[in-house]
Design a protein around this ligand. Structure first.
Ligand code: 1GP
Length: 252
């Protein structure tokens, strides 16, 4: 299996270099704000675009990715909310298994159904243990997934879940409080999980300030994902990027 892009996650982790992923929900961007977002991301040296959402209603996923590709060289990673969110124009796909829940459809069922389509896409596949953490109020992902999130104060459950995923062969761990979460994931939980796994750790959901992004990195997050806050204020990309780069230099 191809793993060029995955290797960049590994190389950066080994160097103590933290990464910044900007999440784009194709339903929430218009052509003009997408342009501005891409230009700002290039200026800020953003590491990755994650594209997807729990509920993508429109069918302009391909167009959205082609637009990103025409305006930047930043790799595009699909973050699919459902098996239909596959685009051959992306570079890679987070092949998510919702390991925090006990909904068999999101652990394996949908994977079986979409396997031929995903394989045919030729995309680089990144097997990802996806853990939804309670963000203080229901989010789209917690509702749509029909699965309980991990309680926000149960650090050990999160730790054991991530360890099990890694031993099952998943290559990335993604801890998500859900888009627009009221409470982002605590540094205590990030630290506990990070200490017990070797795989790159992606953290997102409800991160709205550069300080929080910095603290998450210091606690052990390797990739910070931000969507909602950037939709509201695109210029925040520059400050977030500075904070994440700053965390890299503090740690490395
Ligand atoms: C959600 O982790 C992402 O799946 C990002 O969350 O939109 O709250 O930044 P926000």
């Amino acid at each position: 299996m191809r793993q060029e892009l995955y290797n960049t996650f590994i190389d950066k982790k080994q160097l103590g270099k933290k990464s910044f992923a900007v999440l784009i929900d194709p339903d929430k961007v218009t052509p003009s704000n997408l342009h501005k977002l891409i230009d700002t991301a290039v200026m800020a040296k953003v590491d990755y675009f994650f594209v997807g959402g729990s509920l993508v209603i429109s069918n302009h996923l391909d167009e959205c990715i082609q637009e990103i590709k025409s305006g930047s060289n930043i790799p595009v990673v699909l973050f699919p909310g459902s098996p239909s969110q596959v685009s051959i124009y992306a570079d890679a796909l987070l092949y998510l298994s919702l390991i925090s829940g006990r909904n068999p459809e999101l652990l394996i069922g949908q994977h079986v159904i979409s396997a031929p389509l995903v394989k045919k896409s030729g995309l680089e596949i990144m097997p990802t243990g996806y853990m939804v953490i309670d963000g203080g109020a229901p989010t789209t992902v917690s509702y749509i997934s029909n699965a309980n999130p991990i309680p926000a104060d149960k650090n050990e459950i999160a730790m054991c879940t991530a360890m099990a995923a890694e031993m099952l062969g998943m290559k990335l761990i993604y801890m998500d409080a859900g888009s627009g979460a009221k409470n982002p994931i605590s540094e205590g939980m990030i630290r506990t999980v990070a200490k017990h796994i070797e795989s790159p750790l992606i953290v997102g959901g409800g991160i709205t300030t550069p300080e929080k992004a910095f603290q998450n990195c210091q606690a052990g997050a390797d990739v910070i994902v931000i969507g909602n806050a950037i939709e509201k204020n695109v210029n925040l990309i520059l400050e977030m990027s500075d904070a994440i780069q700053q965390a890299s230099s503090t740690i490395a």
